[in-house]
Design a protein around this ligand. Structure first.
Ligand code: AMP
Length: 313
């Protein structure tokens, strides 16, 4: 097993300009693991209630995802309800019912502790910290995400966690909220000041930026014309990104750039359908084609000189 992810498993009610879906399988680890499974072996740590449907576990296991770390307890699975009617790039949370997720305190199974790549998907920063603490020295890279709910509720724990991350992968709106800055460069630098070695800011339809002390990489999003449901795009981006890194075991600037593109490609499919409809049904050819389309979208010939005029001599 190469990649471990901890986070939320949920039933979502979502409203987008394309329609309404209730009780849709969601949660940060769900999107993340399906996205990453296109590149590598993934194991999940999560919690669900006894209302969690067997066919939803089957969907994950059918993609080779190790679900042995999903705890099933008495009660209801986490419920999140969100609306994208005002802004397709930023979900408006209508309701959050943590349910069994409120008492999520996972013990990392013995066999999972030496997994080399860890993603701390959106969940309570104290839970994220506890999972990180249980990993062995085999850990090669850890990245983490968060959202407004935890920035408000668990700021101190989040601050402490940030100092230990190789990558902070965070939505633009949340990054602004966390740093209390608005200019994108200030936001990226503000996040780096919090301690992670690298920062990736996810910008919805505007793409993503990768920042560290030596590198700035800015990519557009793939131009999707018909966005059906943006839920899970951020987690799918992270899944594609981490899946790429875990699959290649490469930790150099060029690989990080390619991993950002891999994340962008996968996320661009997620938004084309409700929930996991599109994300869980991709072919290698579709993914590869879009990867090459990205090259087309982002490269240009610097050998052709700019036709600058000489105004002074
Ligand atoms: P995103 O990739 O940012 O669109 O994340 C979407 C997923 O986040 C949804 O499927 C929700 O179930 C999940 N989610 C919403 N609120 C929270 C929260 N406070 N903690 C963890 N997961 C959440």
């Amino acid at each position: 097993m190469k990649l471990l992810v901890v986070g939320s498993m949920a039933y979502d009610d979502v409203e987008t300009p394309a329609g309404i879906r209730n009780h849709q399988l969601g949660g940060s680890v769900t999107y993340f693991s399906v996205a990453a499974s296109y590149f590598t072996d993934v194991a999940i740590l999560g919690i669900v209630g006894n209302d969690f449907r067997p066919e939803h576990r089957d969907l994950l296991t059918s993609r080779g995802i190790d679900t042995s770390g999903i705890e099933v307890v008495d009660g209801q699975t986490f419920r999140w309800s969100g609306s994208y009617l005002k802004d397709l790039n930023d979900a408006e949370t209508v309701a959050t019912d943590l349910n069994v997720f409120a008492d999520f305190n996972p013990t990392v199974p013995e066999g999972h502790r030496s997994i080399p790549y860890l993603f701390l998907a959106n969940c309570d920063p104290e839970t994220q910290q506890s999972v990180l603490n249980q990993m062995t020295d085999d850990l090669q890279l850890v990245a983490g995400d968060t959202m407004n709910h935890w920035i408000v509720e668990k700021r101190q724990s989040l601050d402490h966690l940030m100092t230990q991350l190789d990558f902070s992968v965070i939505n633009e709106a949340e990054a602004r909220m966390y740093t209390e800055k608005s200019n994108l460069v200030d936001v990226a630098e503000g996040l780096l000041d919090e301690g992670p070695d690298n920062v990736i800011i996810k910008r919805g339809e505007y793409g993503a930026v990768l920042y560290n002390d030596n590198q700035r990489f800015i990519v557009p999003a793939y131009p999707v014309q018909n966005i059906v449901d943006p839920t899970g795009a951020g987690d799918s981006f992270a899944g594609g990104f981490m899946g790429y890194i875990a699959a290649t075991s490469r930790h150099d600037p060029e690989s990080y750039r390619q991993a950002v593109i891999a994340g962008s490609v996968i996320a661009s499919f997620t938004v084309e359908g409700f929930g996991l409809d599109r994300l869980s049904n991709l072919t290698s050819e579709e993914i590869t084609d879009r990867f090459f389309e990205f090259e087309d979208l982002t490269t240009f010939d610097t050998a052709i000189r700019l036709p600058l005029r000489q105004l002074t001599d």
